[in-house]
Design a binder for this molecule. Structure first.
Ligand SMILES: *Cc1c(COP(=O)(O)O)cnc(C)c1O
Length: 394
């Protein structure tokens, strides 16, 4: 392993990671001295088509030789096209493009408040969130999630969020007041420990939102873009939001975020209400279009579900064989949580020693987020490395 430079000129907020990669190809990452790692992080669910997918590389190269940036003072060809395609493929009628997940969420928060303001309900400003949620690192999402690690020393006053326990419908119902603007949740929680919201729970929240005239927003920054075998996870769960945040896989590794919504919400975002200099940049949306080309290709999402079934069946076997180490799997599709019975940090280290990469998550679990292009053989390889890691830990 060739370590990253120390001391580093970077701030210490990510710690100082030792592992550094020089290149990537498909599901593999390579160090400068050519050590190969099977990448089950996908840049935290970002590189949905693996590393250097030829269709994405070509789209970026072609756009780079054509037009980089004009700003939203002008209509942008690939951006108009990506918005229309997302609308055609989803519940949504309109799209706002941002550069990251947290900005996509932020746009949704603003829309929730502006919606009620527009309709003369100026008191409806508060947003209900769930425990163990993660919506990003700018101030509003940090205030929304109330993770002490992320809030300490950063917040001023009451930022306008009310939090209720995940899964507790009665608490959510009790939290709805005349000041409530809406609810935000991840249909499948990511960072907090891979956890899918039960369908009946989601449906009940949907019904409550209709009943009280408040808005429902899904944060699908991690669970969206094919990760669950559906373009968006809520399609698997059968409940539609009014607003949805997307990012991560949307650009396959190129930074982009998007806030999607129904027309009755989008109509309040009149000229001048919101904006972003880089949002909808042609390089980002050209790559976004290329990602969609692949995700919507014949049988692609079905194959994701098949690979997920294979990976989960393999984990079931390992759960039987290593009952002291693995407590089963959670999540949906290729958004896999592996419950660790020992320390999740030790499991990540043991995997790394075998040449496989995974991400930590809450609830003492690890996230297995392979690129969606993973082959059956590569899934087998991942399971074999996982088994070796378990052997090294018993
Ligand atoms: C990663 C993530 C975000 C934040 O995205 P950034 O691009 O890091 O700002 C928000 N919500 C969820 C569910 C995420 O997984």
């Amino acid at each position: 392993m060739n370590p990253a430079p120390t001391p580093s000129a970077l701030m210490a907020n990510y710690g100082h990671p030792e592992l550094q990669f020089a290149r990537g190809q498909g599901v593999y990452l390579y160090t400068a001295d050519n050590q190969r790692y099977l990448d089950f992080t996908s840049g935290i669910a970002v590189n949905c088509l693996g590393h250097c997918h030829p269709h994405l590389v070509k789209a970026l190269q072609t756009q780079a030789e054509t037009l980089w940036h004009t700003s939203n003072l002008f209509s942008i060809i690939p951006t108009e096209r990506l918005a229309q395609r997302l609308v055609d493929l989803s519940f949504a009628d309109r799209v706002f493009f941002a550069n990251s997940g947290t900005e996509a969420v932020e746009c949704g928060f603003k829309m929730m408040r502006r919606y009620h303001y527009h309709h003369g309900n100026k008191a409806r400003t508060r947003i209900i969130t769930l425990t163990q949620s993660f919506h990003g690192r700018t101030l509003a999402p940090v205030a929304a999630c109330r993770n002490p690690l992320h809030t300490e020393g950063f917040l001023v006053g009451d930022s306008g969020f009310d939090q209720v326990p995940f899964g507790d419908l009665e608490a959510l119902q009790a939290a709805i007041t005349g000041q409530t603007a809406g609810v935000i949740l991840e249909p499948v929680q990511g960072e907090g420990g891979i956890r899918a919201a039960p369908t009946e729970y989601l449906q009940a929240i949907r019904d409550l939102c209709y009943e009280h005239g408040i808005l429902l927003m899904f944060d699908e920054v991690q669970s969206g873009m094919g990760r669950t075998g559906y373009l968006f996870a809520h399609e698997a769960l059968g409940v539609q939001p009014d607003i949805l945040a997307s990012a991560k896989g949307l650009g396959g590794g190129f930074p982009i975020g998007a806030c999607l919504s129904k027309e009755h919400v989008a109509e309040v975002m009149t000229a001048g209400t919101h904006g972003s200099t880089f949002g909808g940049n042609p390089l980002a949306t050209a790559v976004g279009n290329a990602v969609l080309d692949v995700l919507t290709g014949p049988g692609f999402l079905d194959t994701v579900s098949e690979r997920a079934g294979q990976l989960r069946a393999g984990i079931d076997e390992l759960t039987q064989r290593y009952p002291g180490l693995i407590g089963g799997h959670t999540g949906l599709g290729l958004m896999v949580g592996l419950k660790c019975l020992g320390s999740n940090a030790d499991m990540i280290k043991a995997l790394q020693a075998q040449g496989m990469l995974a991400v930590k998550a809450g609830g003492n679990s690890i996230r297995l987020l392979p690129p969606l292009i993973i082959s059956a053989q590569e899934v087998e390889e991942g399971l074999a490395l996982l088994e070796k890691a378990c052997q090294s830990l018993v």
